[in-house]
Unconditional design. Structure first.
Length: 524
């Protein structure tokens, strides 16, 4: 709250915090609705984690079945109003994405491999996947690394081309720090450090928080996730700033426990964490080489969830009260010589230049680095890893029996993904929960207005993208890119529709009251 007149350094209508996908879509839509827009980006490079994405964008053919499906996947944790808004947004995505893609002369293709809807819930068949292909002359951004997969980078390029065509300014090295509110709590601007200079920015219509999640805020991860440690990958700039700013302005938080994540690797001599390969939807006939054992030498989960990157980190978070520890953090990944050759076990991705790593296709370089530990026999393995030999031998024998019978005897791993583990040498790698992105943040309504802890909109404050995601229970694999399109469109248009708070105020003074601001919300 400000009690004093502010000398504004910069003035605009809508300030967007964050130049990832949600920020850019918000900016495009606020601009097209007639607002002057400024985008602030904390990092030297833009793109957030959007630029790293696999690039799958979910959409639907029909709204009603989508509502049915989302009602199940949201687990009763969001209102029907939000579900219906999201389902309608999903239906509009193919046309909207194609419209944006025209600017880049890009092609949008529908990939409908029959498993776009991950879970076997009513409405599943209506879900489709899209991705952006073939942008002439574009071979990726030099500040990010996504291996051979350029779909996320192409998706981001389409958004950026649209921003540049509209000449919307983006300030990099410009972290937003705190919201400025008037005496009644309406958001009238913010403080940012633009190139290390404390700068007051007036937002005549509103502020949209599109600053992503809290993947790299260790304190928040310890506070909101029970299991620890949970490592992150992606953009080190995503430290929950927008969430903290919204909290200070009185926002309610939601879905803080819910992260989109799997399991993977973190080594002491390398800063970045790596998630496992494969990612995306499970292919029931594509083998993976390993099983996971806990510290007692026992297998404890289906290693290949329907959407590994959504839920596969969860079983590792089991707490055993008798030992007062998490016996699956780390768990141990075990495979054999034949398995080593099936393919690389990790999928390194990063938007941080110093975190780049190219994992060898046959995992041999990582054996040489000592990340993957090699043993001539199960006896040696058990001794060196301090595991009970009998338990390890029994676990592997039972696994191999299941493989020969074509059935996972203990969990639901599809037979087509199972391979025997019996050919020495044997390999072990510790695995940890690795989160791809967080979903929690400020609660919002169907117009993306941030709600306070009593359910009322905080005037002139919005959230878009994964800063307070809609996803609350099970993820719609490929849903965060859809969400940034849906939420950015809504937030941008709505913020632009507001009447400027300073229209009748003396220049430089924060006078608009919250009551007045609410009444002036044009879309209501
Ligand atoms: C490896 C990987 C693969 C993925 N694959 C897919 C996929 O295929 N399909 C899918 O739907 N989803 C996917 N996701 C998830 C999806 O990419 C993200 O959830 C989504 O892109 C988030 O967009 P966003 O704009 O909300 O956040 P981001 O893209 O992270 O953008 C947030 C931006 O805000 C900036 N910022 C933070 N704090 C401040 C501040 N104080 N001031 C100014 N700027 C700030 C950050 O630096 C960042 O640039 C994937 C995620 C990862 C990591």
């Amino acid at each position: 709250m400000t009690a004093h007149p502010i000398q504004w350094n910069i003035e605009t209508d809508v300030v967007v915090v964050g130049a990832g996908g949600a920020g850019l879509v918000t900016a495009i839509n606020a601009h097209d609705a007639g607002a002057q827009v400024l985008v602030l980006e904390k990092m030297p490079n833009i793109g957030g984690i959007t630029i790293l994405a696999g690039g799958g964008v979910k959409a639907v053919r029909e709204v009603e079945p989508a509502i049915q499906y989302l009602t199940r996947t949201q687990g009763g944790r969001v209102s029907q109003d939000l579900i219906e808004t999201f389902a309608r947004g999903l239906k509009e995505i193919p046309d909207y994405l194609r419209e944006l893609a025209e600017v880049s002369h890009a092609t949008v293709e529908v990939i409908d491999e029959g498993h776009s809807g991950i879970y076997d819930f009513p409405g599943r068949e209506t879900i489709i996947s899209l991705r952006v292909t073939d942008i002439p002359g574009f071979s990726g951004y030099d500040w990010t690394y996504t291996g051979k997969n350029l779909y996320g980078q192409r998706f981001f390029k389409v958004l950026l081309d649209n921003v540049e065509m509209r000449a919307i300014p983006i300030l990099t090295n410009a972290p937003a720090r705190t919201l400025i509110t008037d005496g009644d709590g309406a958001v009238i601007g913010l403080w940012a450090d633009v190139n290390n200079v404390r700068t007051s920015i007036k937002a005549r219509k509103g502020v949209v928080l599109a600053s992503g999640g809290f993947e790299f805020n260790e304190k928040m991860k310890k506070e909101f996730f029970e299991a620890t440690p949970i490592f992150s990958m992606g953009n080190p700039g995503n430290t929950g700033d927008g969430i903290l700013m919204a909290q200070k302005a009185g926002a309610a938080l939601w879905h803080m426990w819910h992260y989109h994540g799997s399991y993977g690797f973190k080594f002491d001599d390398y800063d970045a964490a790596f998630r496992i390969s494969p990612s995306g939807a499970r292919h029931d006939k594509r083998p993976i080489s390993w099983v996971l054992l806990d510290r007692d030498g026992k297998r404890f989960m289906n290693e290949l969830h329907p959407a590994c990157q959504d839920t596969a980190g969860r079983p590792l978070g089991y707490f055993d009260p008798d030992i007062a520890e998490y016996p699956r953090i780390p768990a141990l990944m075990i495979f054999d010589e034949a398995g080593r050759k099936i393919g690389r076990i990790a999928n390194p991705l990063t938007s941080h230049p110093e975190h780049r790593y190219v994992w060898s296709e046959d995992n041999s370089a990582e054996i040489d680095r000592g990340w993957i530990r090699r043993y001539g026999s199960i006896e040696d393995l058990a001794r060196a890893e301090q595991l009970p030999l009998t338990a390890v031998s029994e676990s592997l024998a039972r696994w191999n029996e299941g493989v020969s019978k074509g059935q996972d005897l203990d969990f639901r791993r599809p037979p087509g993904t199972m391979v025997p583990i019996g050919e020495p040498p044997f390999y072990v790698v510790p695995v940890w929960p690795i989160l791809t992105n967080t979903q929690g943040g400020p609660e919002h309504d169907s117009q993306q207005r941030v709600l306070d802890s009593f359910g009322a909109p905080i005037p002139r404050l919005y959230a878009a993208g994964e800063c307070g995601s809609f996803f609350a229970h099970l993820y719609l694999l490929g849903g965060n890119l859809s969400e940034l399109l849906i939420s950015g469109r809504i937030a941008g248009k709505h913020a632009a529709s507001l009447i400027q708070w300073d229209e009748n105020a003396d220049a430089g003074f924060a006078l608009q009251s919250a009551r007045e601001s609410r009444a002036l919300t044009a879309a209501e």
